[in-house]
Design a protein around this ligand. Structure first.
Ligand code: GLU
Length: 448
């Protein structure tokens, strides 16, 4: 069997063995698509069945999360933790609380995390977890009771040397506080390194909150610099208005670009004068409100559109920072028609396979999530370092570390693509570099 047939057969096997998990199939297919040249160069990977092993999580935990809502009604949710790969370090990856969460979604995220974490160059394996719990409209007390119940099962599976969860969609400082408090109470250990994204007053790290968004923009800046360009004066569209989007927008403005639009699940705002990031932060992060409130409070002639696609707006740089499969083939065509220069994925897998193909065929600079949004988890690994040494670094130093990491990720993806004659193909570069590091460690460990 030749390389491509073997990879195709493996893809079919993944689909057969993991039925009804389309997001997981998509994530696997995107990685396998890149790997034929690497396997050809390294027959030892094939003999050790490394690809087959990487596609099978080391451990999958599914549990019941019962809790009582404010009206006294018992609610049941489902909790997940997929410990995907620990070749490079303890399992590392966030928790997502969103009604769309199911095993397939957690597996896609966990699979992505393996390669992203490897690319960061830091000693972290890949995992992900979450629940189909919907935090929207829930009181703080309900969130607390849910988090306590979730941790009452999760605590036995995690630890600073085992598995280190963090936040993701629906899980921020508030939820991490409740989760850490319950872990500490059950185990009687102040084990700071068991969770990352913690509050600054209780073991958290400076720049962690900003890191995913800042990192994405550093990556864009590197992609543009490799073409002799930069963000100065560029118009940028950012989807989403959560943690990743807010700090991506802030960093674009610091680099002299102008963010003209952002969104939430209800619609998008277009603000030709440049998005007021403090106002978005006030509405979304502090008040937990809707982006539709932006236009009324901004009073400068910005527009709100309920529904419709934010990607129909012309821009130089597009940063999808909301959620998976939010940018479709039609959206990609619209962006290409309007002359988009660069696209970088702040969210995990926000571009559909069709959209990715269109960007790559059109020669658009395309930063895949594994590389472009790795700054968040990389700064989580820096938080683990600070916790291990009971130290706390300054904002400036932490940001410099983040920047150096993003520059290095860009360099390794860029150079790997060159080495294989795939110049400018960051998808290929990211998959290949991320995979090779994990594969080499797994080879060293033998068949385990
Ligand atoms: N959820 C984030 C991601 O997708 C961060 C994970 C972490 O910090 O562990 O990479």
């Amino acid at each position: 069997m030749n390389q491509n047939d073997a990879l195709e057969e493996l893809q079919k096997q993944v689909v057969r063995r993991n039925p009804a998990e389309p997001e997981f199939h998509q994530a696997v297919s995107e990685v396998l698509d890149s790997l034929a040249p690497v396997i050809a160069k390294h027959p030892e990977y094939k003999d050790a069945k490394l690809l087959e092993r990487i596609c099978e999580p080391e451990r999958q935990i599914i549990f019941r999360v019962p809790w009582v809502d404010d009206s006294g009604t018992v609610q049941i949710n489902r909790g997940f933790r997929v410990e995907f790969n620990s070749a490079l370090g303890p399992y590392k990856g966030g928790l997502r609380f969103h009604p769309s969460v199911n095993l397939g979604v957690v597996k896609f995220l966990g699979f992505e995390q393996i390669f992203k974490n490897s690319l960061s160059g830091l000693p972290i394996g890949g995992g992900k977890g979450g629940s189909d719990f919907d935090p929207k409209g829930r009181s703080d007390n309900e969130i607390m009771r849910f988090c306590q119940s979730f941790m009452t099962e999760l605590y036995r599976h995690i630890g600073e040397y085992t598995d280190v969860p963090a936040g993701d969609i629906g899980v921020g400082a508030r939820e991490l506080g409740f989760l850490f408090g319950q872990y500490k109470r059950i185990t009687n250990r102040y084990e700071s390194g068991v969770l990352t994204g913690k509050g600054l007053g209780w073991g958290g790290a400076r720049v962690r909150k900003e890191a995913t968004g800042y990192g994405t923009v550093y990556f864009v800046q590197e992609m543009l610099a490799a073409q002799g360009q930069d963000l100065e004066g560029k118009e940028v569209t950012v989807s989403g208005s959560g943690n990743v989007a807010i700090y991506a927008m802030e960093k674009v403005h610091q680099f002299g670009g102008k963010v003209v639009a952002c969104s939430d699940s209800g619609g998008y705002v277009y603000d030709p004068a440049g998005i007021d990031v403090d106002l978005v932060r006030q509405i979304k992060e502090i008040e937990r409100g809707r982006i539709s409130e932006y236009t009324e409070r901004r009073r400068n002639g910005s527009d709100y559109a309920a529904g419709g696609s934010i990607w129909n707006l012309p821009c130089h740089v597009a940063l999808p920072c909301a959620t998976q499969n939010e940018l479709t083939g039609d959206d990609a065509s619209a962006l290409i028609r309007s002359g988009v220069l660069a696209v970088a994925e702040g969210a995990n897998m926000p571009c559909t396979p069709e959209a990715m193909k269109l960007f790559r065929d059109a020669g658009t600079l395309f930063g895949p999530a594994k590389a472009a949004n790795a700054g968040g988890v990389a700064t989580s690994a820096l938080e683990m370092q600070q916790n291990a040494s009971r130290d706390s670094w300054s904002f400036e130093y932490s940001e410099q570390r983040l920047r150096d990491i993003m520059v290095e990720i860009h360099r390794s993806c860029f150079e790997t693509a060159e080495e294989y004659g795939r110049s400018g193909d960051y998808v290929f570069g990211a998959n290949t570099t991320g995979f090779s590091r994990v594969a080499d460690a797994m080879l060293a460990f033998g068949v385990i």
